[in-house]
Design a protein around this ligand. Structure first.
Ligand SMILES: Nc1nc2c(ncn2[C@@H]2O[C@H](COP(=O)(O)OP(=O)(O)OP(=O)(O)O)[C@@H](O)[C@H]2O)c(=O)[nH]1
Ligand SMILES: [Mg+2]
Length: 368
């Protein structure tokens, strides 16, 4: 899963991104694929993995990951070619969600492109730029769909839907807040939702706001209150963090980090909060596999059935799926081992229609 980082210039996007990249690089016990310089990978924090690995005496722990894409700051008029940002919008067309960073700290030495610190205004500025960018894309799509509709009537419905999406955007609002009734009724069913998603428009993606504060604002300040309120008004989450502090945190070992966080009165790093919020936003869960060789978490979308979940590990697991032996994580810990859990009748045998759950520790049986 991939998230795109947006925001005005100088709000701390790259600082946050660097923290992410460093945190990812620090989790050195899993192999990274080579990625472009503006794509960072972060491990999804998961307390279950250590406990499970201890139980199995695993040689290796592999957390699941999220990817973040850093782009240059957008300014007013970005969609019309102002600044550098519009060139980079294309880099986030295919992300699954947007992380919108807003500046919530005062610092005379760091220029604000619009002259003052006002996070809610900034949220609107960026929000509108994304709307404009989508409008431009839609206009091209409409023209194309119109010419296709001339040759084949089945495209007429596409034109109609695209026009409705355009009308909504023209009100200055993102597609993710498009209603599902009245003339927007098509958006209520699966096919309609899929149609909108397939357009890869920026404002149809779910969004998380990151209120970037300085050290003194780590537990919130007057700016973050406003951001949280504005985010809540559109049904979005807001994560308060200090990007600079997060970057420092990645350079400490576990013990030092613990002390550091205590000093600031925080129990969870901002990065961990962000990752968890992203997971929730995207409707993701992770199931677990464990053994002597490796204990590992696997990301799936909520509602995924056992064979498709198995396919995340290897396509042969999906093709040759027979059944899944599953024990709940908590139960497994209580029993002390998979064998003990089995003896107590706590290991379930699930078939191809089984919908995976968050705390499933799984052994897939397959045949190729
Ligand atoms: N005081 C303070 N400064 C910060 C904080 N976060 C970032 N900065 C500083 O703000 C400046 C801009 O940060 P960047 O992370 O480069 O901002 P950006 O959003 O990537 O900017 P562009 O790439 O130009 O769009 C840098 O000098 C950072 O050190 C913070 O929490 N507190
Ligand atoms: Mg930057």
């Amino acid at each position: 899963m991939k998230l795109g980082v947006v925001g005005l210039p100088n709000v701390g996007k790259s600082t946050l991104f660097n923290a992410i990249t460093k945190a990812g690089a620090a989790a050195a016990n899993y192999a990274f694929c080579t990625i472009e310089p503006n794509v960072g990978v972060v491990a999804v924090p998961d307390e279950r993995l250590n406990k499970l690995a201890a139980l199995y005496d695993s040689k290796k722990i592999t957390p699941t990951t999220l990817e973040f894409v850093d782009i240059a700051g957008l300014v007013k008029g970005a969609s019309k070619g102002e600044g550098l940002g519009n060139k980079f919008l294309s880099h986030i067309r295919e992300v699954d969600a947007i992380v919108h960073v807003v500046r919530c700290f005062d610092d005379e030495n760091i220029i604000h492109v619009d002259g003052s610190v006002d996070p809610v205004r900034d949220m609107e500025t960026i929000g509108l730029e994304l709307v404009f960018a989508d409008l431009e894309t839609l206009e091209r799509r409409i023209a194309k769909a119109q010419s296709m509709a001339k040759a084949d009537k089945k495209y007429a419905e596409d034109v109609d839907r695209l026009e409705k999406m355009k009308a909504w955007l023209e009100g200055g609002k993102p597609l993710r807040s498009m209603p599902e009734d009245g003339e927007y009724k098509f958006f209520a069913d699966e096919a309609g939702k899929a149609f909108v998603a397939e357009q890869f428009l920026l404002t149809s993606k779910p969004v998380i706001y990151v209120a970037n504060v300085d050290e003194s604002g780590i537990n919130g300040n007057a700016y973050t209150e406003k951001v949280t309120e504005a985010a809540a008004a559109e049904g979005a989450e807001c994560v308060v963090l200090c990007a600079k502090l997060e970057e420092d945190l990645t350079e400490l070992d576990d013990e030092e980090r613990e002390m550091f966080m205590q000093e600031y009165g925080i129990t969870e790093s901002g990065l961990d909060k962000l990752v968890k919020a992203s997971y929730k936003l995207l409707g993701l869960i992770s199931y677990l596999t464990a053994g002597e060789k490796e204990t590992r978490a696997w990301t799936i979308v909520k509602g995924t059935k056992a064979p498709q979940a198995a396919g995340k590990i290897h396509s042969d697991f999906e093709k040759g799926f027979i059944r899944a032996e599953i024990v709940d994580y908590e139960t497994l810990l209580e029993c002390g081992s998979f064998t003990a859990a089995k003896e107590k009748g706590k290991v379930r045998s699930e078939g191809k229609d089984y919908v995976m759950r968050e705390n499933d520790v799984v052994l897939f049986r397959f045949n190729v």
